[in-house]
Design a binder for this molecule. Sequence first.
Ligand SMILES: Cc1cc2nc3c(=O)[nH]c(=O)nc-3n(C[C@H](O)[C@H](O)[C@H](O)COP(=O)(O)OP(=O)(O)OC[C@H]3O[C@@H](n4cnc5c(N)ncnc54)[C@H](O)[C@@H]3O)c2cc1C
Length: 388
Amino acid sequence: MTPPNALDFLDLDHLLSEEERLIRDTTRGFVADRILPEIAGWFERGELPRELAKELGDLGLLGMHLEGYGCAGTNAVSYGLACLELEAGDSGARSFVSVQGSLAMYPIWKYGSEAQKRRWLPPMAAGEVVGCFGLTEPDFGSNPAGMRTSARRHGGDWVLNGTKMWITNGGIADVAVVWARTDDGVRGFLVPAGTPGFSTRDIGRKLSLRASVTSELVLEDCRLPGDAVLPEVRGMRGPLSCLDEARFGIIWGSMGAARACFQSALAYATTRVQFDRPIGGFQLTQQKLADMLVELSKGTLLALHLGRMKDEGRLAPEQVSLGKLNNVREALAIARAARTILGANGVTLEYPVIRHANNLESVLTYEGTSEVHSLILGQAVTGLAAFT
Ligand SMILES: Cc1cc2nc3c(=O)[nH]c(=O)nc-3n(C[C@H](O)[C@H](O)[C@H](O)COP(=O)(O)OP(=O)(O)OC[C@H]3O[C@@H](n4cnc5c(N)ncnc54)[C@H](O)[C@@H]3O)c2cc1C
């Protein structure tokens, strides 16, 4: 028997349907043609070209796991595979798709009125309209329930005041899903760009997720019509259910970044010669590669397992937390180990590793920090909440 393929050591390909393989291969081809040749420059300049949205829409990747309204209606595993391939390109590209599909389109699809769905979802699926998700505030990150942003009734209208911070796609979004406190609990509002009283300011000097726009949203007596509210949800269940969707994509995506780092380190180890032999021939390097291989294989298998559970409708939020905590943590460890194998080349943008390592620092923090997911798991097994 020949040794297993290093990049699919457990032959997970065998567990995928033909349609799932097709979606994976199409996304992988897009990343190879469109993202990899450009990404170092985008990262360096701190940009993600807006026209990418339309191209991702044409591929059917935006809101792909949603049914109807121009969405592709794939299963969760296909969505996960697309996230993995996109993040093998760059976490910024995967973040764009996660935010658009899981954080902006999903709440409209799940909690919106029929009119809201018809107005927003088809152009969002096509990438003609970009959305963002405003939950985090300057003083409320891990504890979003403390949010200060408020929405008050004025006659038939709503008036919003507050600031949202660290919002992916904020500055390029045509519509923001903003979560605000009302007399009736936390509710979601659709805020079109250009609404008087609504402005955005991009956050500069980021050294992570540079190929992704991150912004502040400012709402100053921002008046919205009565039908701007998402009618079907009240309370923190609304935003938390969206985060669960996006975290699912991260479980897969982080393994894409890890695979890219492993692939790069493996190629380097077999070609870089020191002390008259390839560095991959030294036991210390092989130990690193073996550890990377084990965690990459386990993490991808975990993603597939959780994906199958999601498709069967029996994936619990705590299980999503387990996946996010493990896979991002291990992806970061893989990226850091890969960086050491590349030596000095590991710190330049000529190779993908430092870019992925830097990106994963954001992925570790957003959609619930690793500490918050540890607390969720701690509560799940002890029955005792340790958040406060
Ligand atoms: C690049 C990027 C993009 C983002 N995109 C979005 C977006 O699109 N929309 C959005 O709404 N938000 C977004 N975020 C915000 C992100 O979700 C928050 O940064 C995250 O929830 C953490 O909040 P914080 O940064 O305020 O950290 P804090 O909550 O202040 O936490 C700081 C540290 O304290 C720890 N900590 C907090 N509470 C506890 C506790 N009870 N016990 C133990 N440790 C604790 C945390 O784990 C962390 O290590 C983004 C962030 C980044 C970096």
